[in-house]
Design a protein. Structure first.
Length: 61
């Protein structure tokens, strides 16, 4: 929301692909996929993807 306010736009579409984790989304590919052992990989990927809205707004200006 902060990024939307800073940039003065109506909406943002985010598409993210995390490769190598071997997991599927619930409801796709029949159930939970490979979620069992992928917890650490997911947390690491989320930390890498964590961005500051102010920094991104500066990059886009």
């Amino acid at each position: 929301q902060q990024l939307i306010d800073l940039l003065g736009i109506d909406r943002i579409v985010v598409q993210e692909t995390i490769d190598g984790s071997g997991m599927g989304m619930p409801g796709m590919m029949g159930g939970m996929g490979g979620m069992g052992g992928g917890g650490g990989d997911i947390e690491e990927a989320l930390e890498e993807a964590d961005i500051d809205a102010d920094d991104l707004a500066e990059e886009l200006e």
